[in-house]
Design a protein around this ligand. Structure first.
Ligand code: SF4
Length: 396
């Protein structure tokens, strides 16, 4: 049974009701267990569990150190293209946004990768909007094959594909696939995905399984917090993680914790998710899924990231740019706008004249703009070792 079938016959609302009604006694019972269930997870994210945050943090920290050692891995996103055929209200790359777009050539991607390598990164996440014309499967394969020479660990965060379409990417050297469901609330999903293939909720929901069948050995999932109710999203992510650990058990699972950030289109989050609740959620994921990697990006501020690392974060991005060419300026001379799938060139004056400082538009504003070196130094100061590559790959 696929996760979509399991999810469609489940009732996440029941977990939310139990979460909202959880008492301190329920939380203490959950904390006595060696192995936590989804019910226990619901208790740990309950309003009542907020008062337990110091205890949750201490347990989460101890468990993370036992399972992962004092190690925090670093990665960098490398944006290939900001072309997209979808309209997602919360994303700067939405097709109807009149932004500056570009798709990097394979050589330009290599230039970006080499700049990241010089900064120390050996773990790269290739990110692209969904656009079959500009970001074809063969283009992705060529990028992965070229990058695999430069970086031992290459993951993808791109539009969902069929299993057979994933196989050449795995063969070319991609080992991880990241796919956020964005929101597990069908109503909200339909509200924010107004055009393009992304409108299909179930197709997206089954993507990690198709990726696993194709041979990816690292799977990353998440919701994008700020769309639906955060407890509902968290319970659904936990159910999804639980399913993947049962059915795709040869893969390493990572869970990200992205909160919405400002972007082109100026979308405002529908729901709130406070710093304290985010910390509580990190602990709940760690205590329920002791071996899952927990990922925190530069969407969060430096202060927040410094505070959350010791609670259970194992993978962190640094020095990130969310625009294609952001690390070297690659592709700036090709900037254009895309109207109904057609490229509309910018005027020469805009590209070469006084407006020549233009860069491709980013997906969202990062919050932590410290350099990778600064982030690595802080990780060390916190008592952890910053690791620039994926140790699984190194061992393989
Ligand atoms: S979230 Fe992804 S699919 Fe949606 S507009 Fe942005 S890049 Fe395109």
């Amino acid at each position: 049974m696929s996760f979509a079938v399991e999810f469609n016959s489940s009732a996440p609302g029941n977990f939310i009701r139990r979460s909202l009604a959880a008492t301190p006694t329920d939380i203490r019972h959950s904390l006595l267990k060696d192995k936590l269930s989804l019910d226990d997870f619901a208790h740990l994210i309950s309003p009542a569990a907020s008062a337990f945050l110091p205890e949750l943090s201490a347990r989460s920290q101890r468990l993370t150190r036992r399972r992962f050692g004092r190690v925090v891995r670093l990665f960098a996103p490398l944006y290939l293209s900001n072309e997209c055929v979808n309209n997602c209200s919360y994303c700067g790359f939405s097709r109807d946004n009149a932004i500056l777009r570009v798709t990097l050539s394979v050589e330009e991607v290599l230039r970006e990768a080499r700049a990241l390598r010089e900064q120390g990164f050996r773990n790269i996440l290739l990110v692209a909007g969904e656009h079959p014309k500009f970001v074809s499967n063969d283009y992705l394969r060529q990028c992965v094959a070229a990058l695999h020479q430069e970086s031992p660990s290459v993951s993808l965060e791109v539009g969902p594909l069929e299993t057979e379409e994933y196989r050449p990417l795995v063969a070319a050297g991609a080992d991880g696939l990241v796919i956020y469901q964005e929101t597990y609330d069908r109503k909200v999903y339909a509200q924010v995905h107004t055009a393009g293939p992304k409108k299909s909720f179930d197709w997206r929901l089954e993507t990690p399984e198709r990726a696993y069948a194709a041979g990816f050995r690292r799977l990353g999932i998440s919701a994008l917090y700020g769309l639906g109710d955060w407890r509902y999203e968290a319970v659904c992510v936990a159910a999804h993680a639980d399913y993947l650990l049962r059915h795709c058990w040869k893969a390493q699972l990572t869970i990200s914790l992205p909160r919405l950030r400002p972007c082109a289109g100026e979308f405002q989050p529908f729901t709130q998710f406070s710093d304290r609740e985010l910390a509580q959620l990190v602990c709940a994921f760690r205590l329920t899924f002791p071996d899952a990697g927990l990922v925190l990006s530069t969407r969060e501020s430096a202060r927040m990231r410094n505070g959350l690392i010791p609670l259970g974060i194992t993978l962190i991005s640094a020095g990130s740019h969310t625009e294609p060419g952001g690390y070297t300026g690659a592709g700036r001379e090709k900037l254009h706008q895309t109207v109904r799938g057609k490229v509309v060139n910018l005027s020469a004056a805009r590209l070469n004249g006084e407006g020549a400082s233009e860069w491709a538009t980013g997906q969202f504003e990062v919050s932590d703009d410290r350099s990778p070196r600064e982030v690595a130094d802080i990780i060390q100061k916190l008592g952890y070792e910053p690791v620039w590559k994926d140790w699984d790959t190194a061992l393989a």
